[in-house]
Design a protein around this ligand. Structure first.
Ligand SMILES: NC(=O)C1=CN([C@@H]2O[C@H](COP(=O)(O)OP(=O)(O)OC[C@H]3O[C@@H](n4cnc5c(N)ncnc54)[C@H](OP(=O)(O)O)[C@@H]3O)[C@@H](O)[C@H]2O)C=CC1
Ligand SMILES: Cc1cn([C@H]2C[C@H](O)[C@@H](COP(=O)(O)OP(=O)(O)O[C@H]3O[C@@H](C)C(=O)[C@@H](O)[C@H]3O)O2)c(=O)[nH]c1=O
Length: 285
């Protein structure tokens, strides 16, 4: 029976998909980099020759936003070139490719939610290489494929802002967090469920783009405060402007994504970010 291949399966979204796949009727092949390095076209082709795959969900990426500024070649290799490899392979074998992209393709100058059709203008290497990956996939145009852009993903596995806040919240009495960058957190489990809704969709040719995040809007400061509250940590969070928390890579000031297209096409509601965060942190504190 044909299976759904998940690449980058040891990352946080990959692990969330693995958790969902357990209760799913579909068969999955979950592979991490040591089994399938997606930057190696020969390896990808051999893997697809040897395994009965009908769709690929690509969760592999270079996601260290600041480190990418110093390692652009490595980021390009995984976020751009490897996406082209997967797209070519998907086209050659007639497979659907679901690829994940980011709010960091936008520059944050808008003040209403970004639509899938809005122009991109990434501020850093991570966003640029993710955009180049999207562009390569659209140019190759594998059948019935989807780019799903999301933002501020967290879960209890892997590296993410929530895990960082829980760690720092245990170590410190106060923490400064920027309040002039606004977006929407996304629980990796909710994202995994959204991706699994997309996989069977077959009403289009070529590549379609969707935005998917949790509902609502907040700053990183609001997000951090909520982590302390639901994680039952006494740490006081202090709002600061980005100028007081300098980072190697510039982040968008506003990166809220419109989810209207996803909600329309999949006729579904999306959980509010606070509800998903509370649920994720239940029992953690
Ligand atoms: N995290 C976030 O906030 C957001 C993430 N996204 C996108 O979602 C997707 C998943 O992100 P997330 O799960 O958070 O990322 P993680 O960094 O948690 O996981 C990425 C995974 O990719 C693997 N990987 C890296 N290079 C290769 C390679 N050459 N071949 C195979 N696997 C490789 C990594 O393996 P290893 O550990 O061995 O390096 C890691 O397991 C990415 O496309 C990301 O850009 C979009 C918006 C927000
Ligand atoms: C740890 C920390 C961060 N910050 C700021 C820095 C930054 O502006 C913001 C977010 O911090 P991080 O570096 O943890 O998050 P960052 O790596 O920028 O997260 C991004 O990751 C990539 C993969 C994505 O695709 C994006 O959607 C987004 O989730 O919070 C503080 O103000 N105080 C702190 O103590």
């Amino acid at each position: 029976m044909s299976k759904i291949l998940v690449t980058g399966a040891s990352g946080q979204v990959g692990r969330a998909l693995a958790a969902w796949s357990a209760g799913c009727e579909e068969d999955f092949i979950l592979v991490s980099r040591d089994t399938l390095d997606i930057t190696d076209a020969g390896q990808v082709a051999r893997f697809l020759e040897e395994h009965p795959v009908k769709a690929i969900i690509n969760c592999a990426a270079y996601t260290a936003v600041d480190a990418a500024e110093d390692h652009p070649v490595e980021a390009e290799k995984i976020n751009s070139h490897a996406v082209a490899i997967l797209a070519e392979a998907s086209k050659a074998y007639g497979l659907k490719l679901v690829h994940i992209s980011t709010d960091y393709v936008f520059d944050g100058q808008k003040n209403s939610p970004y639509l899938e059709t809005d122009p991109v203008a990434p501020l850093g290497v991570y966003g640029r290489t993710k955009w180049e990956g999207e562009a390569a996939m659209r140019a190759i145009n594998p059948p019935q494929s989807v780019i799903i852009r999301t933002s501020w993903v967290y879960g209890l596995h892997g590296n993410n802002f929530v895990k960082t806040m829980l760690k720092l919240g245990k170590e410190r009495d106060t923490l400064q967090v920027v309040d002039d960058q606004v977006g929407t957190p996304t629980n990796a489990a909710d994202l995994a469920a959204a991706i699994l809704r997309i996989v069977p969709q077959s009403d289009h040719d070529g590549v379609r783009t969707y935005h998917y995040t949790n509902e609502g809007v907040c700053s990183w400061y609001d997000f951090a405060k909520a982590v302390m509250e639901y994680g039952k940590l006494p740490c006081k969070v202090i709002p600061v402007p980005s100028s007081e928390y300098p980072t190697k890579a510039k982040r968008p000031k506003f990166s809220v994504l419109s989810k209207q297209a996803f909600k329309r096409d999949f006729k579904t509601d999306i959980p509010y970010w606070r509800d998903s965060l509370r649920e994720c942190l239940e029992g953690v504190g």
